[in-house]
Design a protein around this ligand. Structure first.
Ligand code: AMP
Length: 278
């Protein structure tokens, strides 16, 4: 497994893999890897001949009062885990390598970047699409794998790929959860013991919803009310709970098969997200 920091070098290695007829797969990450990331790595490994994982904590997707500086990092451990998964190449550039002095070009999926997570994180998705497009241009993957834990992110990236006629195939992997149901996230590390215990309410509220849907609940307003009260009961502060069409992200008036339920909840300063599709 090679670990490369420079764009010029990584381009040469990828070009050589392509000359050898290898399909190139990419799993973009911000590091501090957990089983959720590794499930995507395994999915990508099965689908490509040359597997690249990028580790880059992307400053442009963090707001000024967000956690860029204190985002958890452990490169040594990450590399050990990725080696076990038979990753061919880790791309771990510095911020300067990706954003040269005076960088001023951004790409944005305009409308979908403003809703849901975008409503409370206005520059977030612009930063995500910009860095992902840069990674696509640098690494020229045939396939790129994203997690459905960040459902809106995956949908936005698919939209960018379609709108800009990129040739990469976007694949999404399932949400990997802790034993009690909490979706794995590098940010779970920020939670206090109590918050960690309470945070399972995100999953429990989704589980409740599934059951209620099976029993006939169709009104999103009623569902939101109940879910919000479950979350409040565990000291969570709801950022949003939405019921949207999973392809268009348009709010639905009635729950039906294929409706995406997504939520974001604060525990203290830590913002957690989760979702499920009915
Ligand atoms: P991040 O390092 O948080 O930027 O995440 C990198 C990729 O891993 C993204 O495509 C995420 O959607 C995905 N991911 C994060 N957490 C999980 C999880 N619990 N299950 C599956 N995929 C995940």
């Amino acid at each position: 497994m090679r670990v490369v920091k420079r764009i010029a070098q990584v381009r040469k290695i990828i070009a050589s893999a392509k000359r050898r007829g290898k399909t190139v797969g990419l799993v973009p990450t911000m590091g501090y890897l957990h089983e959720g990331h590794l499930s995507l790595v395994r999915l990508a490994r099965r689908r490509c001949g040359f597997l690249v994982v990028s580790i880059f904590v992307n400053p442009t997707q963090f707001g000024p009062r967000e956690d860029f500086g204190r985002y958890p990092r452990d490169l040594k451990r990450d590399l050990r885990l990725l080696k076990k998964e038979k990753v061919d190449l880790v791309f771990n550039p510095s911020v300067h390598e990706i954003y040269t002095e005076g960088h001023q070009t951004y790409v944005e999926v305009v409308d979908w970047s403003k809703i849901m997570c975008g409503a409370s994180r206005p520059i977030h998705f612009r930063g995500v699409t910009t860095v992902v497009l840069k990674l696509f241009n640098i690494l020229e993957p045939d396939i790129a794998v994203f997690g459905s834990k960040d459902f809106q992110q995956a949908v936005i990236i698919e939209k960018m790929v379609r709108d800009l006629d990129l040739s990469v195939k976007v694949v999404t992997g399932k949400i990997v959860r802790e034993k009690d149901g909490l979706a794995m996230s590098s940010r779970n590390k920020y939670l206090s013991k109590d918050q960690r215990k309470n945070a399972v309410v995100l999953y429990n509220s989704l589980k409740w919803l599934r059951q209620a849907y099976i029993k006939g609940l169709r009104d999103p307003k009623l569902a939101i009310k109940k879910m919000a009260s479950m979350i409040k009961g565990k000291n969570g502060k709801v950022d949003y709970i939405v019921f949207v069409d999973k392809n268009t992200l348009e709010p639905v008036k009635k729950l039906r098969k294929g409706t995406l339920v997504a939520l974001a909840v604060f525990f203290g300063k830590t913002r957690l997200i989760d979702n499920t599709t009915l």
